[in-house]
Design a protein around this ligand. Structure first.
Ligand code: FES
Length: 162
């Protein structure tokens, strides 16, 4: 079963429809509505994309295409603590895939997912300009470098206790 079950509230749907109504009929309505939806939900669940497509009368494929094209949009929920593992070349050759695996094992979720308690989410990224510290991961903007898989549990521990 997916870890990322969608749980929208009535209030969120009301806000989404308000945004849709404010932009309905405009030529470029999709972008501002997706922006608002991202702010309202923190990401763009498939269910929300479907509502937007139906309400704005645009194909779902177009909504999905825009949502995946722009990096400011996310299709998966984010946790309180956002973990990003660099899979750029310098980090990859130094074993960042093993770091990612260690995080996935520790949190029992896959890259791109959020823990059921919404405390952590994991994603991968490309070079963050800290190649000298490879392999690198970033948690809530803090950079951890020269990592070994065995370091992961200890680092996550302080966020688990938080
Ligand atoms: S490749 Fe990871 S920081 Fe550059």
């Amino acid at each position: 079963m997916s870890q990322n079950l969608f749980e929208g509230t009535e209030g969120q749907m009301k806000d989404l429809l308000k945004s849709i109504n404010a932009h309905r009929g405009e030529a470029g309505a999709l972008m501002p509505v997706l922006h608002d939806a991202q702010t309202i939900y923190g990401y763009l669940p498939a269910e929300v994309q479907t509502v937007i497509a139906e309400e704005l009368n645009v194909p779902l494929a177009e909504v999905y295409g825009v949502a995946t094209f722009y990096s400011q949009f996310s299709l998966t929920p984010k946790g309180k603590h956002k973990i990003s593992v660099c899979l750029g070349t310098a980090c990859y050759v130094k074993g960042s895939d093993k770091i990612l695996q260690a995080i996935e094992k520790e949190l029992r979720i896959s890259c791109g997912e959020c823990t059921p308690d919404k405390k952590f989410s994991i994603e991968s990224c490309r070079c963050v300009g800290a190649c000298g510290l490879a392999p690198v991961m970033i948690i809530d903007g803090e950079v951890y470098g020269k990592l070994k898989p065995d370091d992961v549990a200890g680092i996550l521990d302080k966020y688990i206790k938080d």
